[in-house]
Design a binder for this molecule. Sequence first.
Ligand code: CP3
Length: 344
Amino acid sequence: MGRRDSLFVRACLGRDVERHPIWFMRQAGRYLPKYREIKGNMNILDLQMNPELSSDITVLPVRELGVDAAILYSDIMVPVRAAGYNVRIEEDVGPVVDTGISENDVGLMHEFECKSDAPYVIDNITLTRSKLDDDIPIIGFSAGPFTMLSYLFEGRPSRTFERCRDVAKNDPDLWDEAMRGAVDLISEYLNAQIGAGVDAVQIFDSWAGLLGPDFYSRYVKMYTKMVFSSLPDGIPKIHFSAKNSFMLRDFADTGCNVMSLDHDTDLRTAMEYLGNSMAIQGNLSPDIARIGGNEMRIATERILDGMRGVSRFVFNLGHGVLRDTDPENLKQVVRMVKCRGISD
Ligand code: CP3
């Protein structure tokens, strides 16, 4: 069976499956001792430029946890730095951008070309493919236009996005120019990943859910829609946002065919609301996965019971794996998911 017919791809596209596939957002990260060993003192943005090591990290969780898909070891800010912006990732903070964005440097985003600006991402995909069994698909990813620009406008992680809101309302031409730049960069980046062999893509518009439906539908949605519509048909296109329960209709309208739901959302209700054409992914709480034990087993069972008989479902967390999660907890969840048939 080729990877385009893998369990994960079939579930995403609503085809028949014998059981639910499983992978974890942020499965390639610091909670894995081998990851910390490989990474040493290197920064993720520099490590990323070494495809041999990056591809080793990409396959690590497949080997250690037994998940059904690999996600490219990279970061949402990799193409932003490759395009020429001054980005670094600060430990325990996240992405920091020294010089914010202005009308003059929006052009950098339009000019981004993956093959010449970030060839190591292509090499990471090629090498990962050669290291994985044929039936394990690779998930490529990017930030959504808003989440990407939020770092460029705010300069660092924010949960209130004052500058974005100011620019969108008071300087709509700059907002539109910047969002169109982000669309060009992200479309180029994801299409390059697909060309290099990823089998699905996920857009992490992690913070879009914090904007509220009015701002989102007026200033963000159309740009995410442009990104999805630039991608080929027939492959899984996953949309993820945290805190998204009340904005599912808007997110569903972006052109994705899989909706990744966070742990505040009731899966069954969301599924009924979204209808038959959308697969869903989620949504064990990362904090419950960190705590482990009985609480984790009960929460996992509850999700599996709720999704009994539903073929278009991918088991995941509601957000990324937390750093001090014991890998044994995740292995246990993988075992539980794998031993349940679709109708058990
Ligand atoms: O899922 C995976 O395993 C693939 C790798 C991946 C990373 N970042 C690696 C990483 C993915 C999919 C991301 C996405 C990402 N990066 C998002 C969207 C997902 C989400 O959680 O909402 C966001 C917002 C970022 C920005 C970012 N990069 C943050 C907030 C941090 C953590 C800062 C910290 O030190 O706590 C990073 C750094 C980062 N990206 C790490 C990893 C494994 C950890 C630091 C490191 O190893 O250098």
